[in-house]
Design a protein around this ligand. Sequence first.
Ligand code: ADP
Length: 396
Amino acid sequence: MNILVINCGSSSLKYQLIDMKNENVLAKGLVERIGIEGSQIKHETIGKEEVKIQEAMKDHKRALELVLNSLTDKNYGAIASLDEIQAVGHRVVHGGESFADSVVIDDQVMKAINDNVEVAPLHNPPNIMGIEACSELMKGVPQVAVFDTAFHQTMPEKNYIYALPYEYYQKYKIRRYGFHGTSHKFITEEAAKLLNKPVDQVNLITCHLGNGSSITSVVNGKSYDTTMGFTPLEGLVMGTRTGDLDPAIIPFIMDKENMNPNDMNTLLNKKSGVLGISGVSSDFRDLEDAASSEHRAQLALDIFEAKVRKYIGAYYGTMDHVDGIIFTAGVGENSISMRESIIAGLKNLGLKIDSERNNVRGKAQLISTDDSSCPIFVIPTNEELMIAKETLELTK
Ligand code: ADP
């Protein structure tokens, strides 16, 4: 059974075609600059050369049409016809309180995703465009929505209600939702396998450290608390996002700099984080390269690291026991030095990293010493595979 996984952004579309018999990726690609001059597809069928297709794409429907053509192309395609795609799985950012699990998409589900546009004005509209394009171009093929927020719907009320007047939760659904749920769920399942425990019995601290970053405390296989909040802005310092901030700073800057809410949103989401601190880059590789000569690049890394450590410490201290701490995503999977320094500062918890075991990138591996108070692992995340698995489960 082949499943097409689609992840739509406002001007981009990422896709993977996965053969679920052995979970092999058959083809993958990225469409960029949809609706903007210079649109292009980078398409790769595994085992064949990557091709670049430059063609105007006025909307997501046209982009998907070209993706489907690429997948079935005689020379660089992966399948002979669209009949070989049995289902489509969509990444949908915000399921609000409506979805605690993935669902097969029907009219009612579309209405609920639309209702959640209010809490995810940047993210849900492109996801909806992707679903609509598939409905038109792949009639009769079942489609599944997999939500970034769903895994976190198990958080207890005390961990998701903000200390604002309660009526704002009732009126506007302002609460912690949490994001990266597909990734936290995937690594929870993978960690359970490595620990040889049933997934509903594992307690973990899962650290998704990438351009966007979040940490989740997982109790009995379920999300108990997470660092991202009403939006992905809260929690850790990220590539370009502030993470936690004294909220009083926001009206203060708006007043001083004569900013409107839109400007402020851009500042908080796009110009802050390690980019804002360093003035060098949002990319951790650039920061590591610049750190020896640029004080603010080193400072940005130190602040990021301190924040990660603070949350690991906070979650560790509030859980009955911890079966494992997991590092994943771009930085978590690849930055040997970042993992080393995060854990080096948590000696008081009895956590110890083994330098030799930690000398690993992008591969599942135990990286702690045998006498560490709990095992620490690197586990590569695979959100596309998780979406495909959930899609298969709901449509087979
Ligand atoms: P996204 O949130 O966009 O999915 P990723 O999970 O791909 O992000 O993470 C991207 C981040 O991972 C970038 O900041 C990049 O610098 C960082 N990264 C990738 N490889 C390395 C590496 N070898 N060392 C340090 N950082 C790395």
